[in-house]
Design a protein around this ligand. Structure first.
Ligand code: FMN
Length: 375
């Protein structure tokens, strides 16, 4: 890959100057402790992937005790969690890196069996996911449809979590509006059958996303807030009847109301993570790129086709987000710049515990032209 590619040119997100455009995707890895507090292992993992002027996005992080409660996933609602994140952000900053925290509420994609006081999962509408829940080992439950008052309370949780993230040393936050989780359950037509101001029309279905953005940008400043969206994702049994119209409206509104936001981060239609065989060339993020005038992040499909990263960066000026390839290549920035080979990821250790498949992927050693165990 040509080292003069736009991939290796500086760009700004908010007021923060980046030196290059290779970004660590938000990646859930379940290495936090039983209180959802980040561990020393996580500090090492993020520090390994930090580069001078490079953006890392944290794994999805719970905004409240009832936002998901998956064992091993981190939170940002307790004092212990804020303290636990500080060594992580310090370690990234020590290498000149930039790190955003991804704010997460999973909505219906959890189970009362693991939620505090066994409360029911919540969503836009009382529509259960098909199949068995991996935590309860029972059929997925019919979620409780949030009342308008409860929606306001969840939105406050997002704002407080964003403030906590800044207190923990993060440079900004990314609102997780993708992949079929709570915000996406409001946005998508399949999971939102509400009859009130949060359902029905596109204006109403995107109200939740826009109100979260408003609250979070009010809380920490627009220049420290990004949002992730995935119009074609079918993760967690989500789909929308009119993706261009739905996300077209949402992006237009973000531009009109929150044009100073740090970035919009979108998942490419070809992304094969949530639907492993996806190769969607009929659809494109280009219409959204044309509407959003600020910084744009593109994710999905670069792990399996890294050559595409330079091409899309050169054509669009976008930042390019790597998921699975960044898991397996802590030094991916150097590898791409120098044309060194990439290590293949091991799916079996994505969600396992401990260092194996997490902090033990090798750094490339140019002296011996081979991969060497990570120090
Ligand atoms: C192990 C794993 C965990 C993930 N966790 C998250 C997450 O916490 N938040 C999120 O928005 N996407 C998550 N994703 C999706 C990735 O951010 C990314 O969009 C996807 O892997 C496609 O990029 P890739 O082809 O470079 O891997 C995850 C993907 C993987 C493989």
């Amino acid at each position: 890959m040509a080292s003069n590619s736009a991939l290796f040119q500086p760009i700004k997100i908010g007021k923060t100057q980046l030196d290059h455009r290779v970004v660590l995707a938000p990646l859930t890895r379940f290495r936090s402790d039983e209180n959802h507090v980040p561990t020393a292992l996580q500090q090492e993992y993020y520090a390994q992937r930090a580069t001078k002027g490079g953006l890392l996005i944290s794994e999805a992080t719970f905004i409240s005790p009832t936002a998901g409660a998956y064992p091993g996933a981190p939170g940002i609602y307790s004092k212990m969690q804020v303290e636990g994140w500080k060594p992580v952000t310090d370690a990234v900053h020590a290498k000149g890196g930039v790190i955003y925290l991804q704010l997460w509420h999973v909505g219906r994609v959890t189970a009362s069996a693991i939620l505090p006081n066994n409360v029911l999962p919540v969503s836009a509408s009382p529509i259960a996911m098909k199949g068995r829940n991996m935590y309860s080992k029972k059929d997925n439950e019919v979620p409780h449809a949030l009342t308008v008052e409860e929606i306001q309370s969840v939105i406050k949780n997002y704002a407080q979590a964003a403030k906590n993230a800044i207190a923990a040393g993060f440079d900004g936050v990314e609102i997780h509006g993708a992949n079929g989780y709570l915000i996406d359950q409001f946005t998508n037509s399949c999971s939102n059958k509400r009859m009130d101001q949060y359902g029905g029309s596109i204006e109403n279905r995107t109200r939740m996303a826009l109100e979260v953005v408003k609250a979070v940008t009010d809380a920490v400043g627009a220049e420290r807030v990004g949002i992730r969206l995935s119009p074609w994702s079918e993760a967690n049994q989500i789909y929308d009847d009119t993706p261009y119209d739905t996300w077209g409206y949402l992006v237009e509104q973000l531009q009109a109301r929150h044009g100073k936001m740090a970035y919009i981060h979108m998942v490419e239609p070809r992304d094969d993570f949530s639907r492993r065989t996806r190769n969607d060339t009929a659809n494109s993020l280009d219409p959204f790129r044309r509407v959003w005038k600020g910084t744009f992040l593109s994710a999905g499909g670069y792990t399996t086709n890294p050559q595409l990263a330079a091409k899309i960066a050169d054509e669009t000026g976008n930042l390019i987000v790597f998921g699975r390839a960044f898991i397996a290549n802590p030094d991916i920035v150097e590898r791409l710049k120098n044309g060194w080979p990439l290590t293949k990821y091991n799916r079996k250790t994505f969600y396992s515990q401990g260092a194996v498949g997490y902090t033990d992927y090798p750094f490339y050693d140019p002296a011996t032209s081979s991969t060497k165990a990570n120090l």
